[in-house]
Design a protein around this ligand. Structure first.
Ligand SMILES: [Zn+2]
Ligand SMILES: [Zn+2]
Length: 310
């Protein structure tokens, strides 16, 4: 909100009055680089706290693809917990996507090394016998859903290898708000109403998403102001995804009406609560083949395994 800073006629940081580098459109505030980083860090700490995502003694497997979100996540968690009371391990999955994954894998390895964080890497050929490129031949239009299911399984296996008690992923506000809309479009009320913080009863490694309330734009700025920005290629399969259309639509609405994505997340929370009160908590069963949590019979991975002949 502040006035104009003496330097370069730029808006002033609402906290300290220095030249601002970022406009938080939904909160109508301007922030300098120091206060942007501090603001994001505080919000992530508050999200972790409010959902009791992390407890002392945890070993957190941080899904590190090497892309922007996971890079920011590892940096933030390292900033918050680098000296305890939890142990951080980076877990990286190489899906085998020619011409795209090599650069991001390298970026992931460099970051883990620079922060002194142990890294556990797995690959689709190791785990499933073939690379994603080979598995997708003739199935390119379903690339993101197939890859999503396999990658989720691979991350859990890597987290188990790392001896982790939690698996943290870099899903940001845009991803989560897109998922809310996509579940609405698909009419999937059960998935829409699922409480991500629900107790797993110790049957599987709980997944946590500490960046749920940090937008893609904020993550990009967070990396830029710290000089950690790397221009990496986009996944070649993303063109086929419904998510891509939802993403551009939601980004346009958010630009016109800042705060729309947060509003969607608030509504998801209300739906979770209402659903829980009416139907009881959305209890997950176990897959009859692999024992993983699922809503009934076979899990998505085991169903896909049959289709792909894994
Ligand atoms: Zn400031
Ligand atoms: Zn299964």
């Amino acid at each position: 909100m502040g006035g104009t800073s003496p330097c370069a006629g730029r808006p002033a940081c609402s906290v300290c009055g220095e030249a601002a580098v970022f406009h938080m459109r939904d909160r109508r505030t301007h922030l300098c680089s120091t206060h942007l980083v501090a603001d994001i860090r505080e919000r992530v700490a508050a999200t972790i706290e409010s959902r009791r995502m992390i407890t002392p003694g945890d070993r957190i497997a941080v899904a590190l693809s090497g892309g922007k979100d996971s890079t920011a996540l590892l940096l933030l968690l390292h900033g918050l917990y680098g000296t305890g009371p939890v142990d951080l391990v980076a877990v990286t999955v190489d899906e085998g996507i020619g011409g795209y994954r090599e650069a991001t894998i390298r970026s992931a390895e460099n970051l883990a090394r620079r922060l002194g964080i142990r890294q556990v890497s797995v690959s689709f050929p190791d785990l499933f016998g073939r690379s994603l490129d080979m598995l997708l031949r003739g199935r390119e239009t379903r690339a993101c859903s197939i890859c999503g299911i396999l990658r989720k399984k691979a991350l859990v296996l890597a987290a188990e290898r790392a001896g982790a008690t939690k698996l943290a992923t870099g899903h940001n506000l845009d991803d989560e708000a897109q998922s809310v809309l996509m579940n609405v479009f698909r009419g999937d009320l059960q998935r829409l109403a699922r409480d991500p913080g629900a107790d797993s009863g110790g049957r599987f490694i709980p997944r946590i998403k500490p960046l749920t309330y940090v937008s893609e734009r904020e993550i990009a700025a967070f990396l830029l102001v710290q000089g950690i920005w790397e221009d990496l290629p986009e996944c070649p399969y993303a063109v086929h995804a419904l998510r891509r259309e939802v993403r551009s639509m939601l980004a346009a609405i958010e630009y016109q009406r800042p705060g729309t994505m947060l509003c969607l997340m608030e509504n998801k929370k209300k739906i979770e609560t209402a659903y829980r009160e009416r139907v009881g908590s959305v209890a997950l069963g176990s897959c009859r083949e692999c024992g993983d949590p699922c809503s009934g019979g076979l899990c998505q991975f085991c169903r896909l395994r049959r289709v792909l002949g894994l």
